[in-house]
Design a protein around this ligand. Structure first.
Ligand code: BGC
Length: 753
């Protein structure tokens, strides 16, 4: 069902000029008076921080260490310090009224918030389009302001280590470089609107199984090379204002009290100046947490107390309420926490309030949610994220004038599965299901019929019997037999794939593999559309179907986007940000997951995703970076200069030509191979990519500049990144396993940073 878009009007103050209205009214009544230096936006942020800090009592500072509600930090009316108003992301703005169990519950009466549902993180990563991610994040920033919130809890920067991770859909895939590029674009986009982004969950939150108690045992190199880079880029490149500590332990210590992570890595090594917020219910101590540099405990206040009294958090291992004044003040008195530490923690929160403009500007006077522009952006994002995995005999795109009938089948066909379960699930004003999108585009000349095919288990328990399943399957087969083509839309839904638990199996649930096999037998033009956030296995039916598309969870415009691709209005350009395995036992972490006795050894170390498949010569079902197009691209004119590198960066250039007859976009991927390393290194590592749009016959130049980071590994003996002199190969191609151009350069000596 479609609703009219609406305009949100929120005014806390008169409109002064432009989009931001300065709200001084709350400050005018403060004790410090208007002349206090911290109130002047003209003064440097650090001066304002120090001035404000010097006016605060110890009790007032301590009060700021924990939240005042489910999604609000503690305000200070005496000094005019506003509360930071948070909302979950990352795929849109979500209701802040309480836990996702509460806000997503059917019939829930708590505050309903609707906003644009953008595609899941994994779908955004599949676009390999950083500019698009930036625009998505700007739109989310705009909606945040429209709704009166100023800190979004996203992006999710955790690496897809295990294909069974329940939250794979939120992240940007298996590669640290790709994740970093996407994360930087997202953070810059959100923060350009004066809204804080939150890089989460630091660190190594790679499974939901026992997420509150598990101890992730990870070697230093894997942390530095795989799990840290996106967070490091978030801090050093994007200047993220907030980082969320993860639920789990890393190497024996809870992330929220892990000084090695928060003080040594985040603050000292990367120079983080913003504040760390705890994940909701992830604190377990007072002094250790404050001293480790965990600045703001969430949630807080009465909602926190009420929540912790319920059974759910206790059973799963949540904990909280450790940074409330009643607990922090005695630790200060006993000398286990120093005032200087509290000063530092509070000054981080104040710094963000000043630097982001949130202290000076309350919120926009007018702003919009779900505008035509935001809808169009959600559609473009969904279009670009779709990956064409198989297209035998160029079955796709469907040639509408020649088609008279289509059978649309599957438990994910008539419902729009925009995202998946947990804190990221956005409630949009409308959402287009695949069936709706296909019907709309196919028009009245095509007979579009629909069959459920098999009920999604647990969705309608009356259909969860072998008889009901067989009946549904037979109905679907009967439709498929009569149609020119059958489109089977399969996948998961929040009860199978969600925050809070891991996926039980890589095989499709609810008899969907049987359904695909049966439909493929009935109709040789069977197209399978995958609607999940994580890989699935396909071995049972892959050889029997000519075409496969992965649409992921693609937000409110998913149904339109699918129709765009099926009928050729949009030429697919998405590439996989994760490898697909043939079977679960081929996964890098197989045997090292989910751990025993509440410990999980990251035994595969740096060999995550394609790094593992390359090294151990395992054939994935579909490799990292893979995706087809309706046109063809030729690569040529490869140049690497200089071939012997002194201190100048290495420039790599090539030309890409669209040699087919349709316009399209190619994602050009650049990998580096270090063949002379004194330590074991992955065979190839992604170090660059560009998405290039080309008209038929058009050629464009693509250039890359390789700096020291493209050549370095983390030395555990030197405790630093090392680029070893010698020959490096540069491999450029259309996927990690489709290398079209290869050359090399020699590094003469390690380079200055
Ligand atoms: C999730 C976070 C989320 C927070 C607040 C936690 O359960 O892990 O990603 O931001 O809840 O809803």
């Amino acid at each position: 069902m479609r609703h009219l878009h609406f305009v949100v009007l929120i005014f806390a103050c008169p409109i002064l000029s432009g989009t931001l209205a300065t709200a001084q009214t709350h400050q005018a009544q403060t004790e410090a008076g208007d002349a206090a230096p911290y109130k002047s936006p003209k003064l440097p942020v650090e001066q304002r921080v120090q001035d404000l800090l010097s006016r605060m009592t110890l009790e007032e500072k301590v009060a700021m260490l924990s939240g005042s509600g489910w999604m609000e930090s503690q305000p200070n009316p005496r000094l005019g310090i506003p509360s930071i108003k948070m909302a979950d992301g990352p795929m849109g703005v979500r209701s802040w009224a309480g836990s996702s169990a509460l806000t997503s519950a059917p019939g829930s009466t708590v505050l309903k918030v609707t906003s644009t549902a953008f595609p899941a993180g994994v779908a955004m990563a599949a676009t390999w389009d950083t500019d698009l991610v930036r625009r998505e994040a700007q739109a989310i920033g705009q909606e945040m302001k429209a709704l009166g919130r100023n800190m979004i809890l996203g992006p999710t920067l955790n690496i897809n280590r295990v294909p069974l991770w329940g939250r794979n859909f939120e992240g940007y895939g298996e590669d640290p470089y790709l994740t970093a590029r996407m994360g930087v674009a997202y953070i810059q986009g959100v923060q350009s609107k004066g809204v804080s982004a939150t890089a989460k969950h630091f660190a190594a939150n790679n499974q939901e199984y026992e997420r509150h108690r598990i101890d992730a045992r990870i070697d230093e190199r894997a942390l530095q090379e795989i799990y840290f880079p996106a967070f490091k880029a978030a801090v050093k490149e994007a200047g993220v204002w907030s980082v969320m500590s993860a639920y789990n332990k890393v190497n024996g210590t809870y992330c929220a009290e892990n000084a090695a992570l928060l003080k040594d890595v985040l603050q000292k090594q990367w120079g983080f100046k913003g504040f760390v917020v705890s994940d909701w219910g992830s604190t377990y101590s007072t002094a250790d947490t404050v001293n480790a540099g965990m600045d703001l405990e969430m949630p807080g206040g009465e909602p926190m107390k009420a929540w912790l009294k319920t059974d759910g958090p206790r059973a799963s291992g949540n904990s909280g309420g450790w940074l409330v004044p009643e607990k922090v003040l005695p630790e200060l008195a006993a000398g286990r926490i120093k005032t200087a530490v509290v000063d530092d923690n509070v000054s981080r929160i104040l710094r963000v309030l000043f630097a982001s403009g949130q202290f000076d500007h309350l919120r926009t006077a007018t702003a919009e949610v779900d505008t035509p522009g935001q809808r169009a952006l959600a559609r473009t994002a969904a279009d670009e994220g779709i990956v064409l995995l198989k297209n035998t005999g160029d079955l796709l795109p469907l040639n509408l004038p020649k088609i008279h009938s289509l059978a649309i089948i599957g438990p994910n066909a008539a419902v729009a599965r925009t995202g998946s379960g947990g804190s990221s699930l956005v409630r949009p004003n409308y959402a287009v299901a695949p069936l709706e999108g296909i019907r709309e585009r196919a028009g009245s000349n095509v007979q579009v019929s629909y069959a459920l095919g098999t009920s999604m288990e647990l969705e309608d328990p009356s259909q969860d019997t072998p008889e009901a399943r067989e009946r549904s399957r037979n109905e679907a087969v009967a439709l498929a037999e009569k149609a020119d083509a059958a489109i089977v839309i399969v996948g998961r839904f929040p009860k199978f794939e969600s925050e809070g638990f891991d996926i039980k199996s890589l095989d499709l649930p609810s008899g969907q593999d049987d359904l695909i096999e049966a439909v493929a037998k009935a109709n040789k033009n069977t197209i399978v559309v995958i609607n999940t956030g994580a890989p699935i296995t396909m071995t049972r039916w892959i050889a029997q179907v000519p075409a496969i598309l992965d649409m992921w969870y693609s937000g409110q415009e998913g149904g339109h986007a699918l129709a765009d691709v099926l009928f050729g209005d949009f030429n697919p350009s998405g590439k996989l940000p994760v490898s697909f395995v043939k079977e679960w036992k081929d996964s890098p972490a197989y045997g090292h997951y989910p751990g025993e006795n509440l410990q999980v050894e990251y035994g595969e170390s740096i060999y995550v995703g394609y790094r593992y498949f390359d090294k151990y010569k395992t054939e994935p079902l579909y490799p990292f970076g893979y995706g087809l197009s309706y046109t063809k691209f030729d690569y040529s004119d490869f140049k690497i200069t200089p071939s012997v590198r002194g201190d100048r960066p290495v420039e790599v250039s090539l030309r890409v030509r669209n040699s087919g007859s349709r316009k399209g976009a190619e994602v050009v991927e650049l990998y580096v191979h270090d063949g002379h390393s004194s330590v074991d290194r992955p065979i190839n590592e992604l170090k660059g990519f560009r998405r290039v749009e080309l008209a038929p016959g058009e050629t464009k130049s693509v250039t890359f500049s390789l700096d020291r980071s493209a050549m370095s590994y983390f030395s555990t003996t030197k405790k630093d990144w090392v680029a070893e002199p010698g020959q490096f190969d540069v491999l450029v191609g259309a996927s990690s396993r489709d290398i079209r151009l290869k050359g090399s350069f020699t590094l003469e000596h390690d380079l200055p940073r």
